[in-house]
Unconditional design. Structure first.
Length: 414
């Protein structure tokens, strides 16, 4: 088959990009032809289809220039891109795909491309990596707590609460984008939504989507790239951006309240972000010992640190879909201490592959850290091995490719 993969960024920027590139690699290895449509950019990987990519725009830089012209430029690009529709039309005429597989398209590519695909009778599959279609701020997080005030199309809430970066201007643009992209005129053009988690299907159903339009296919992981490690050192590990919604403050407080001695347990925080200064201050003010901020770690360094960890903590306080961090931890053979929120409980079997705690609850997290500390080395290794086994069974590339190919065939026949 000839498959067109559509994703805004054409470099390894985040989980959506990683998944899209991995999908392309799997499809090519299976003998399919793969083409891409994305946005231009200096970090893009080489691609024969790049001449058809839309021009780059950096919304943050554009808005910094200020004035109504900048705001209008951003607004026109986020709601409907005539350029994207024109350029994808040229690409479709050239490569003639059998099916289009969408990933992250909002903001830069926009839903303007959907009509162009449908006019050519090309089936459209859309893997949803977040909740943008039902939450203007993407993850049902208002900067402090879970928020579902926009349910039922009440998108003005994003303006009143300044959900987008705590900025009135950014929130207003987000509101207008949500208004411009909502409605059955677009939803009816999608042949099938792919959801990595059951939780996402449940949440979209609560917000009025037909559950029959979804198929649940968990993300895959190239498991052979992860060497399961039976031995460990006495530290817990967090990997991710130091930003609000990730639950890092709760994690620090929970670690500080745990009985970490003897022997002394360490918490390594691997990553960088806007909250780093505040987090370091929180550690100092509460006199919490044995916390190490490693900063951003490159791939080889991160691999080394992850393989030697006793367990990995995922303390998210927003609706995670199906985080790669959980899959990677289990692939390394590490127990996961995760918050009971979003799709995380679908990855972590409480008491089997890890431990779950109530999101936002530092005391509950302390209890789970203490529980982990009471386990024998053999029990910890057994828990990690169960996680590795689960990933091998559910998240293998072979499993994923088989389900995707069946879906493609069914849609093209229809």
């Amino acid at each position: 088959m000839n498959i067109l993969i559509v994703n805004t960024y054409h470099y390894l920027r985040g989980g959506d990009c990683r998944h899209a590139f991995g999908l392309g690699k799997l499809l090519k290895a299976a003998g399919h032809e793969v083409h891409y449509f994305a946005m231009q950019g200096p970090d893009n990987l080489p691609c024969p289809d790049a001449k058809h990519f839309v021009s780059e725009i950096d919304f943050r830089k554009t808005m910094k220039s200020g004035g109504p012209v900048a705001a209008l430029k951003v607004l026109s690009r986020t709601i409907y891109s005539k350029e994207a529709r024109r350029k994808i039309a040229a690409l479709l005429d050239e490569v003639k795909p059998d099916i289009a597989h969408l990933h992250s398209i909002r903001h830069h590519l926009t839903k303007s491309i959907l009509s162009e695909l449908k006019e050519r009778n090309i089936p459209i599959v859309w893997t949803l990596h977040d909740f943008k279609e039902i939450c203007p701020n993407t993850s049902f997080y208002d900067g402090h707590n879970i928020c579902e005030k926009c349910k039922g199309g009440k998108y003005t809430q994003v303006v009143w609460n300044r959900c987008k970066k705590n900025s009135l201007g950014a929130s207003l643009i987000t509101y207008l984008e949500a208004r411009g992209n909502s409605g059955a005129k677009y939803d009816g053009l999608i042949d099938c939504y792919i959801s990595p988690s059951r939780f996402l299907v449940q949440k979209f159903t609560e917000h009025g989507y037909d559950p029959a339009s979804f198929v649940h296919i968990p993300n895959f992981l190239e498991i052979d790239l992860f060497q399961s490690a039976n031995e460990y050192r006495n530290y817990l590990l967090f990997i991710g951006r130091l930003e609000r919604g990730k639950g890092i403050e709760t994690m620090i407080q929970g670690f500080g309240g745990a009985d970490c001695c003897p022997p002394p347990l360490t918490l390594k925080i691997a990553g960088e972000g806007s909250l780093q200064d505040d987090l370091e201050k929180l550690v100092r003010n509460n006199n919490i010992r044995n916390i190490e901020f490693t900063g951003f770690l490159k791939e080889k360094e991160l691999d080394k640190v992850a393989r030697k960890a006793k367990a990995v903590i995922i303390p998210s306080e927003l609706y995670e879909n199906y985080p790669f961090s959980g899959l990677e931890a289990m692939a390394y053979g590490k127990p996961v201490i995760g918050s009971r929120i979003g799709g995380i409980p679908e990855q972590v079997d409480d008491g089997v592959t890890g431990l779950l705690f109530e999101a936002f609850n530092a005391e509950d997290l302390s209890d789970k850290i203490n529980r982990l500390n009471r386990l024998t080395p053999e029990e910890i290794r057994r828990m990690g091995a169960k996680g590795r086994e689960k990933v091998e069974q559910i998240n293998s590339p072979h499993q994923f490719l088989s389900k995707i190919q069946d879906l493609y065939k069914n849609l093209t026949k229809r």
